[in-house]
Design a protein around this ligand. Structure first.
Ligand SMILES: *[C@@H]1O[C@H](CO)[C@@H](O)[C@H](O)[C@H]1NC(C)=O
Length: 280
């Protein structure tokens, strides 16, 4: 049995517990996915926040040049870490062949990969459904030296989102190979703040669906505090299957900085506020 339902129940239960705790204690808390209503700044006041509901009846169809992803074959040095809010993959920035994202012929908008991280269950919903897992590849414009600098300028950060569905099939050929990520996750101290190198490296392409030319695109925000706006979102329509054991391993090994199991780390859906969702 795949676990999305139990995840949702856990979430409801946790929200309930959080409400009780907040009722009894006014102590300031650092941000967490259980206290989303108290996230500050743009998270509260922004009008172009992410994630959103992606519904095929509410999109504008467009034709775009091909989405090009370069240097996504094999990456030797990848650090896997638990930052207390999830699992982050950091790629060695000293190698020359950095992963790159751009649209064919549109060389003025050229993005390089900063890092990647997972949310469970998914943040975006497609036609009313959440998926089990969502991977965000965070890219920023090559015009800037760091992600932080690029975040200051509207539309110079692009997040490529991949959705994963849990499947019960034990045939390893039928789903994405998470073995290396999982081995690293097992070695990451479950508590927040620890990092290990993924032994054997990671082939980024294997984390993507075969077809990445079908997607939704819209103008949104980071989904964690400070919820910076002006982020280009590309959410791939084709999801990837992930084995149930791999999914559970990823989720079960990760504890928050206060030692609780991180049962979910998706942000609630945000209002569209008249923004346009494009669909290829
Ligand atoms: C995206 O939204 C931000 C504000 O949230 C705005 O500054 C920017 O101009 C928008 N970009 C586009 C292309 O609409």
């Amino acid at each position: 049995m795949c676990i999305i339902l139990s995840l949702l129940l856990d979430k409801i239960y946790l929200i309930f517990i959080t409400l009780l705790l907040n009722f009894h204690s006014s102590a300031a808390q650092s941000w967490s996915h259980t206290n989303q209503n108290s996230w500050s700044g743009s998270c509260q006041t922004g009008q172009s926040q992410s994630p959103i509901e992606l519904t095929d009846t509410a999109v504008i169809s467009i034709r775009l040049p091909d989405l090009i992803l370069e240097n996504i074959e094999y990456f030797d040095t990848v650090d896997v870490s638990n930052n207390g809010h999830g699992v982050t993959l950091n790629f060695d920035r000293s190698t020359s062949a950095q992963p790159r994202l751009y649209f064919k012929g549109l060389s003025f908008a050229d993005f390089t990969l900063a890092s990647a991280h997972f949310h469970w269950p998914s943040e975006h919903s497609i036609n009313g459904e959440l998926h089990n897992l969502e991977l965000h590849f965070v890219f920023y414009s090559t015009k800037y030296a760091t992600l932080t600098e690029a975040l200051e300028v509207p539309n110079h950060v692009t997040v490529l989102a991949v959705l994963y569905d849990c499947d019960d099939d034990d045939d390893p050929e039928s789903h994405v190979n998470f073995e290396i990520i999982n081995n690293a996750v097992k070695n990451v101290e479950s508590l927040a703040g620890s990092t290990v190198q993924a032994a054997g490296g990671i082939t980024l392409k294997n984390l993507l669906p075969d077809d990445y030319q079908s997607f939704y695109a819209y103008n949104g925000s980071l989904t964690t505090p400070g919820c910076n706006e002006g982020v280009n979102w590309i959410v791939l329509k084709d999801s990837v299957d992930i084995n149930e054991h791999d999914l559970e391993n990823l989720i079960d090994n990760i504890l928050t900085s206060t030692g609780e199991e991180l049962t979910f780390n998706n942000r609630n859906l945000q209002p569209l506020n008249g923004r346009i969702i494009y669909s290829t």
